[in-house]
Each structure stands twice: as C-alpha cells, then as structure tokens.
Write a new protein. Structure first.
Lengths: 334, 160
C-alpha cells in the first residue's frame, strides 16, 4: 500500500481536472497514489482521467450522492497511511506531500493543513490565505465560534483516525468544520504556515452558489460547534437530520433553520445559534461576497442583543462588520 | 563544540527524564516533579522535508511549568549557535546562569522555519554579564503550553 493517497472527489468538475491531476502526478514524494471518486459525473471527467496512463490513478465511479457520500465511500475503499484531500479545481505545489508528511512527522499530529495561494478561474493570483489565527485560540462560546479549522482542500490526515471518528457527516457545507472539531477532540491537529498549492475561487464553488448556501454553511458550522461543546460535556449531539436539499429549502432565514432543530435545542442554545450563525454568515460574506440586506443586519442586531457577549467578542463583531461597511455602506445609513 | 546524541535516537520516541542529556553539554530542562502532573518529553531522530536530520523533541506540559533546553557553556566561552524550529511558534526566553546569579537575554520568536540563534560573550557583556563570570549555562525556556514540538538541528559552542 502507498504511504499517502490523494482523495479527489469530483462531480461534473472537468474544467480544471487536468491541471489538478498534472499537479498531483508531479509530486516529488515517491510513495503515493490518487483515488478519484467520481460522484456520478455526466461531463468529461471519465474521459479526462482515461487519458492518463498511470498506475497510480485509481478511478471509481459511483451514483451521485453528494460530497459527504463520495468522501465516505472513498475512505472505505482506501488503503494507505495518510489521506491528502484535494478538490478537482485546486493545484498542488510539487512538494506538498513531502512538506506535509514531514510536518506531520515533526508535530505527530493526526491531521494537518497549510496555506494556499488564492487564484481566480483563469489562474490569476488573488492573494495568499491569511494564517488562521483562530486556530490557536479556539473558543466554542465565541460569536461566531473560533474554530480549530484546517483549510480542507489541503488537509492531510491519518486514514485510521478519519475512520475511527466516523468519517464525514452531513453538516451541510460545513462538513470540514465538523470534521476538524472532532479531530481536535480526539488528538493533536496542526496548521502549517507553508503554502502548499493554489485554491481556486470562482462563481460555481458550491459554497459560493447563493445566499441560501451561505446561510446553510454558516448555520451548520455553528451547529457543528454546538455539537463539539455537547460532546465535551458528555451530552448527546444535535442530529444532522436533514438532506442538503431539505436544509436549503428550510434556509429562508436563520430563524427557520434554528426552528427546524428546536426540539433538540435549549432556549439558550437556540439564542446562541441565531447570533453565531448570522455573524458567521456576515464573516463568510466578507470573502464570498454574499449580498447582505437591511433585514439581515436588523436580524443580527436583534440576535446579538439576546445573548451576553464579552468586550473582546464585541470587538470581533465590529471587525466583521467593518469590511461590510466599506462594501455596502448603504446598509448603515438612513 | 557540542554534539547532539543523534546516534542514540531512532524515529521511535524515547522518554527523556528531566535534566537528561541529549547531547554533550545539552540537557532537556524541566521540573523534576512535573512528571507527576503528566508533563513529559520524548525525543526522536527524524528528517525534514529536505532530508536534514534533527532531534524532534515532543513536549506535553499539562502543569504550569517552563520547559526547555539547557546548554552548558563552561568557562572561556566565546559564542554559541543553536539551530532549531518549534511548533507552534513560541516565544523563547533565553537566560544565562553563572556562579552567583543569572541574566535575562532578549526574547526570541521561533517557529516552523529553521532558525539559527546566536549568543556571544560580547553580547552577554553588553547585556550586563559581569566580567570573569564562571560556569555559564544558557537556558532556552518555553513557557507552559499543552503540547509543543522542538526540532533541534545543532548546538555549537566556541570557547576562546
């Protein structure tokens, strides 16, 4: 078995697949393979993969079932020590595996990630990911939560640990946050400052698709945090009981999302979840550019007024609002 | 010169007791009673991404303890060079002990990138080390944190 397997899920993502595959096969590490899990693509994915005559590529086609399903099917069939995640539109630096494996060895972490150069659909450089400062000051009670977040497109983790914690779960569009919380609760995780590749930001990124998607992502990321708190306290988790389509249908507002889980939440948890979710949504909007409405802003003010937050947290709220004031000044006038 | 005990370590971690040597004149320094609180350290010899060997010192520090390296500089000391990295990035507090006292040096920031830190007799004198001080020991201490890793590539001591 190879030491490392790339895990590349894909669904109708043929546009950049060749560039991604080329970057994987150009790795300077000498002991890896590439597991491509095709989640029922109807585009040219299979044909592009077929053009590579390389025994390191393991291609599996399955019926469409969504990202979580694809990732878990892959985890079940993989046979390696370390899993290196990559998406079908991102590009790995040629020394990614060497650097990450060495970093894992040094830190003895069970999961690591690093930084990336952000690029646009044409490959133009937009900037470099800032270091995830919250990673070093995790606080589940903060609004929004300070998460032990490892940027997912460049995640490397031990296969055995990923299986032991139950793989990926249906925390829609925040599967990665849910995974990171669980990893951080079972063992050591670490964040490398090295730039490990290029992360493509474009209109069709799933989490960029709509404000509904933004709400779903923000809500589930904070629900994943609540579940981390509950696990810490030995309590049952709030079940992720809806499908992606159901969650999107519910996500007409944060109130609607919280109400859908009301049977499983205390009043205090519901109030916290409202405030944390809407502020996470604003935070995400600062780089996903969701349009914030006056109603959103009024809702955020009401949700924040219903919870007690520290002065430090108030500063964070202001930091989140500052770019919004620049981007949409009309929200703060009149 | 000081030589790290590369030959004594493999990639399997070995538990190191407080003040146990990991090189000529180099010990891992932490409170002898800290083991009772779960504080401990292990050492392995591994290589980095470019194949350079180093001693990977892994620290668990559940007690409110300082933890670090102590290097015996002896007498007639001229300069010392310590090549290391840490994760997470940490402030390191160098302190020079001598017969009859100690002297705090400027704080250092060390992170994932391999860093060479230099200490010279001249700098120590400028910082206030008394002329003719004997039995010098350089202490590089990391403040308490739950876990950390130090990559120690080399320690070099030059005497007059």
């Amino acid at each position: 078995m190879p030491k490392i397997s790339f895990l590349l899920p894909i669904y109708n993502g043929d546009a950049y697949l060749a560039e991604t595959m080329d970057s994987l096969l150009a790795q300077t590490h000498d002991d890896f393979d590439v597991v491509v899990i095709d989640d029922g693509s109807t585009d040219d994915t299979a044909a592009i993969i077929a053009e590579y005559d390389d025994p390191r590529i393991k291609y599996h086609h399955k019926k469409n079932g969504g990202l979580v399903s694809a990732l878990n099917v892959a985890l079940d069939m993989m046979d390696c020590e370390l899993v290196a995640r990559i998406d079908a539109d991102d590009v790995c630096a040629s020394d990614r595996l060497v650097r990450q494996a060495a970093f894992m060895d040094f830190t003895q972490a069970v999961a690591v990630s690093g930084r990336a150069v952000n690029i646009d659909p044409s490959g133009n450089v937009l900037g470099i990911n800032a270091p995830e400062q919250d990673f070093f000051r995790v606080d589940a009670g903060f609004i929004p939560a300070r998460e032990p977040y490892l940027p997912h497109p460049f995640l490397m983790a031990r296969l055995g640990v990923l299986r032991d914690i139950g793989g990926f779960r249906h925390a829609h569009l925040a599967e990665d946050t849910d995974l990171c919380w669980r990893l951080s609760q079972v063992d050591r995780i670490a964040l490398q400052t090295a730039v490990l590749g290029k992360y493509r930001i474009h209109e069709t990124s799933i989490s960029n698709a709509s404000t509904v998607g933004g709400r779903v992502q923000a809500f589930y990321s904070q629900l994943a945090t609540l579940n981390a708190v509950r696990r810490d306290g030995g309590l049952d988790e709030v079940p992720y009981k809806f499908t992606m389509d159901e969650a999107k249908a519910i996500a007409t507002s944060f109130d609607a999302l919280v109400a859908a889980f009301a049977d499983d939440l205390s009043e205090a948890e519901a109030a916290h979840l409202r405030a944390a979710s809407v502020m996470k949504y604003f935070d995400i909007s600062n780089w996903r550019y969701h349009q914030i409405t006056r109603e959103d802003l009024a809702y955020a003010r009401g949700a924040l007024a219903a919870v007690a937050i520290s002065d430090e947290n108030k500063e964070k709220v202001e930091q989140i609002l500052t770019p919004l004031k620049v981007r949409q000044p009309e929200l703060f006038t009149g | 010169m000081s030589a790290l005990f590369f030959d004594q370590f493999s990639d399997e971690p070995v538990l190191i007791k407080p003040y146990e040597s990991i090189g000529d004149d180099v010990v891992l320094a932490y409170d002898r009673d800290a083991l009772k609180n779960g504080t401990m350290s292990s050492v392995r010899q591994i290589v980095d991404a470019v194949g350079q060997p180093f001693l990977a010192i892994d620290g668990l520090n559940f007690a409110d303890q300082w933890f670090g390296l102590e290097i015996n500089l002896g007498n007639n000391f001229r300069a010392a060079k310590v090549t290391l990295k840490t994760y997470p990035a940490r402030q390191i507090y160098p302190k020079v002990y001598f017969d009859g006292g100690f002297l705090d040096m400027s704080t250092l920031e060390v992170g994932e990138e391999v860093t060479e830190v230099n200490f010279t007799a001249r700098h120590m004198a400028q910082a206030g080390l008394i002329d003719g001080a004997q039995d010098l020991r350089l202490s590089l201490m990391v403040p308490s944190c739950d876990w950390f890793a130090i990559g120690l590539y080399g320690v070099k001591i030059i005497h007059a």
